[in-house]
Structure formats: C-alpha cells, structure tokens
Write a protein that binds this ligand. Structure first.
Ligand code: NAD
Length: 504
C-alpha cells in the first residue's frame, strides 16, 4: 500500500536519504515522500522513494562487502568486538534514535527510550556469540576419513520491518545476521524510515565497513518486492502483517530462499479466579493499552473466568479510563496516538464491526476528542464485553487499543477458546496454582506463554509464532542458525580407492 503523501516541490522538511555502500544515496526516481508525525497529524520529514534500481545498487554493495576483505577476513573475534563497538555507538545515541522513533511512530518517548536503550544488548549478545559459532567433527562410521562441518554465513540478507517498533525488530535480525558474517539490505516501513537510516550511520561511525549494512527506503511494492526477488539475496527476515508475510514467503520459496516470518497475533490474556487480581489487572491493561495496542503481542483477547468477570471488567475499565492521553514526548503521557492514518481508520472500522456484531462497549468506542490530543490520530482505549470468540473482533488482529472480553468457565474451556484462533504468537496466564500454570503453558498453542507477567522480551529468549503468527524464531542462541549454512567436508586420510560404480 502506498501510504504517505508525495512531497511537494517547495518543501523545506528535513530529508532522509537511503544509505548504500557507506554513502547517503538520493533516490534514482528523484522522488521523495512525506513522513507524518502521528501526534501533530502532519508531515515532519521527507524520505527517499526508492526503486528497483536502488535495490539493485544496495544488494550489489552488500554482495561486494560480503566478499571484501574488510568484512570477510575479520576473525570471528574481531567481528564480535566490532558488534560491541556498534552497541557502544547506539548507547551513546539513545536520545537521538528514540526521538526519531517517536516523531515517526508516535509511541511514548518513555517506551522508545526503553527499547533503544535495550538495543545494545542484542549487539553485545550476538557479538559474544560470533566466535562461538563452531562446526563439529563427525565420529564417522567409515574408517579412513576425517569429516567435519563448517558453519558459513548465507550471504546477503534482506530485512523488512514494520512501523510499530522499527529499531527493536530490526536488531532482532540484524545482530545475529552480522554475527554470522552476513551482509544486509534493510527495507524499513515507509511510515518509519528515519531511525533506521540514522542507525546505519551510527554503525558505520562505530567502524562497520561500508556496504555491510545498507538501507533502501520506500514502499513495499516498489522496494520490498524487488528486494525479496533479487537473485543475490539468500534470505529474507520479515516482520509485519500475515498478508504481506504470506506473499513474501511464497515468493522466497519460489526462489528457494530461506525466510523467517514474524507476523500478527490475537493473543489471549487468560485470568483465572485464583489469580492475584491486582497483578492481573495491571498485566491486562499493559497487554492491550501499552503502545496503544500497536504491538504484535498485544493481549487483545481477555479470557476471564466467569466468577471474576464483572470485578475484572470494572477494575480494568477504572484503570484504563484514568490513562493520560496526549503528546508522546511528555513523560506523563500513557496512551499516545495511532501511528498511521490508515491504521487509525482501520481501528475505528473494527470498533464499528464489534458494535455491529453485538458486542457491548464498556469503555471508549471511538476517536479521542480531548484537547490534549490536538489533531493527532487518537482512539479512546476501548473495551468490549459480551464478545463471543467466533466474532471478527475476537478473531482478527485490530492492532490498536481495543480489548475483547470473553468469559470462560473452567480450564478446559479456557484452553479451547484460547486455541480457537488461526494465530498463535503469545498468551498470558494469570493464576496462583502452580500445576495449572504448567498445564496451561503446555496446552496453549503459542510461541510464547507468559505466566503472571505479560509483554516481556529478551535477546536471550526465543521469540516467534505458531500457526499464522509466523515461521522461525528470533532471539536466543539458535537465532544465529537462521543466518548460517552447514557445509560438510570429507577428507580422505587413507581409505582405499574403491569401485567407482558403487556408492562409498
Ligand atoms: P505490513 O505487512 O503492511 O508491512 C511490513 C513491511 O513489509 C513494510 O516495510 C512494508 O513496506 C513491506 N511490504 C509491504 N508489501 C510488501 C511486498 N509486496 N514485498 C515486500 N515487502 C513489502 O505490516 P505493518 O502494517 O508495517 O506492521 C503491522 C503488522 O506487523 C501487524 O500485523 C503486526 O502484528 C505485525 N508485527 C509482528 C511482529 C512480530 O514479531 N510477530 C512484531 C511487530 C509487528
């Protein structure tokens, strides 16, 4: 979808160019498009409108860098140290990067500062892993051979990111890709390109050789599609919607490329009557209204045991009603705007859908008409009760501050409703019964189950989805395998030459 407005000729807005082969690159199209500030509801910068020609230049630069000695002859230890210097560079620029994120995606400065301050850990963790990537010696069943494996980088990796947490979701791919020795072309969301361009500049200032990481900005159809299709790209790491993910997966599979897909969710946050309800209320509100619900792991379905349904709803409504909305740059703000104009409309449309389906509005239910929200794209925190799990509001991802409350009777019922979804990204379980906590974590179909906590992530903890929520895992030690190929080497140490027509 082409989402932002074209830039006018006389514009004086700040411009963000692409970054290819260690240099800023103007778009070959000569065109720029405006990127908007969701709080002000108006443009604040212009971004280069990349084309297939720019993609070609970037992939070529990455391909050259892959074989160039400045990168390829670095020892694994030196590569790890370099990633640590990159981490230092990010740590020194937290305010700059977080400020750009807020300008583009409207999420709270506190949230973006938290995310950006945490980013260096990905580069330190995978930097540390870089010289622990080892092959194995195979204790072969056949005498006379020394047989071992080498773990080799795939080559050029394409990384395509969404707008909700641009740098964090990028780091989840970029750090292990670089630790593996790959080179990269990034295509950030057209709605939030600025911070990625700046990040790559910071990485190069920290010593990353030119061409190892490149950025081509622009639209999905004009930049993303040719990048996925480029014959020199060996792997695609994607985070975004399941619709785009399916398309990318099919295209990559057609060219026998590797791919990892981190997609959407409709995660259940399940509260049992035996839970610490104070903690559960907090966890439910955090799960859906933090980041204005624009989180793949948003706990957008509250499954609550019927005996505490009314109490939970009252308490969640009370806490959510008091949430302060307004300028995401202000320390006191708790709920910011929706990141993009189309997403704002989509959230409002889903509120209408839920009403039409017969759900009851317990809170909110429309645009936020508050002076502190100005002309921004704000939606009131919205809670629907009387939701049946078969309704669209319970099955489809809204990606906004809209909670669907569904009662259940017992554990069996909770599992049935939780798993009755084509998604399977995250799930929360609130209970003080240890046995139930383990049973639920085993039975729920999701990539992550949080017990008495919600929306926690770490560079060490594998993350990803089952069912339509994705393919592959990011974070943790094994994520580096997504960027490595295994080569097996056989050396004859004395086995006799044998019949050429019979397999050895
Ligand atoms: P999107 O799928 O619209 O876009 C994601 C990226 O894909 C953008 O950079 C876009 O330009 C690009 N793109 C679009 N069409 C393309 C094509 N044909 N070929 C290649 N690239 C193309 O998603 P979005 O609206 O930016 O992000 C919101 C979605 O992302 C939600 O569904 C959310 O759940 C999901 N998400 C998932 C995770 C996760 O880790 N599982 C995290 C955050 C967001």
């Amino acid at each position: 979808m082409i989402g932002a407005a074209p830039a006018s000729k006389e514009s004086t807005l700040k411009r963000f160019s692409m970054h290819v082969g260690g240099e800023d690159r103007a778009p070959s199209s000569g065109e720029w498009f405006e990127t908007e500030d969701p709080f002000l509801g108006k443009p604040w910068a212009e971004v280069a409108r990349g084309t297939a020609e720019d993609v070609d230049a970037a992939v070529f630069a990455a391909h050259q860098a892959f074989t160039d000695s400045a990168w390829s002859s670095l020892t694994h230890t030196a590569r790890g140290l370099l990633l640590n210097r990159v981490a230092d560079g990010i740590a020194e620029n937290v305010d700059l990067l977080a400020g750009l994120e807020v300008r583009d995606n409207g999420k709270l400065l506190a949230e973006m500062r938290g995310q950006v301050s945490y980013l260096p850990e990905w580069f330190r963790y995978y930097g540390g892993l870089s010289d622990k990537i080892e092959g194995t010696v195979i204790p072969l069943d056949k005498p006379g051979y020394f047989t071992f494996t080498r773990r080799e980088p795939l080559g050029v990796v394409a990384i395509i990111t969404p707008w909700n947490s641009p740098l964090m979701l990028l780091a989840w791919k970029l750090a292990p890709a670089l630790a593996a020795g790959c080179t990269v072309v990034i295509k950030p969301s057209e709605f939030t390109s600025a911070s990625t361009v700046e990040l790559v500049r910071i990485m190069e200032a920290a010593g990353l050789p030119p061409g190892v990481v490149n950025v081509v900005t622009g639209y999905g159809a004009e930049v993303g599609a040719p990048l996925v299709a480029h014959p020199l790209v060996r792997k695609v790491g994607f985070t975004g919607s399941d619709t785009t993910g399916r398309h990318i997966g099919a295209q990559a599979a057609g060219q026998l490329k590797r791919f990892t897909l981190e997609l959407g969710g409709k995660s259940p946050n399940i509260v049992f009557a035996d839970a610490d309800l104070d903690a559960a209320v907090n966890g439910v509100v955090a799960g859906i209204f933090a980041a204005t619900g624009q989180s793949c792991i948003a706990g957008s379905r509250l499954l609550v045991q019927s005996t505490v349904h009314d109490e939970m709803v009252d308490r969640i409504v009370t806490m959510s009603k008091a949430a302060r909305m307004g300028n995401p740059m202000d320390a006191g703000t708790q709920v910011g705007p929706i990141t993009t104009r189309p997403q704002y409309q989509k959230v409002l449309d889903y509120i209408d859908v839920a009403r039409d389906e017969g759900a009851t509005v317990a809170l909110g239910g429309g645009p936020a008409d508050r002076p502190e929200c100005g002309d921004g794209w704000f939606v009131e925190p919205t809670i629907f009760t009387g939701v049946d799990n078969s309704m669209r509001i319970a099955q489809e991802e809204v990606f906004g501050p809209v909670l669907a409350v569904i009662p259940f009777e017992d554990e069996e019922d909770a599992v049935r409703v939780a798993n009755d979804s084509h998604y399977g990204l995250g799930a929360g379980v609130w209970t003080q019964d240890i046995g139930r906590a383990f049973r639920m974590s085993e039975r729920i179909q999701a990539g992550t189950v949080w017990v008495n906590v919600y929306r926690a992530v770490s560079f060490m903890a594998p993350f990803g989805g089952v069912k339509d929520s994705g393919i592959g895992r990011e974070n943790g030690i094994s994520a580096v395998d997504e960027y490595l190929e295994t080569k097996t080497v056989w050396v004859n140490t004395g086995a006799p030459s044998s019949d050429p027509f019979v397999m050895r």
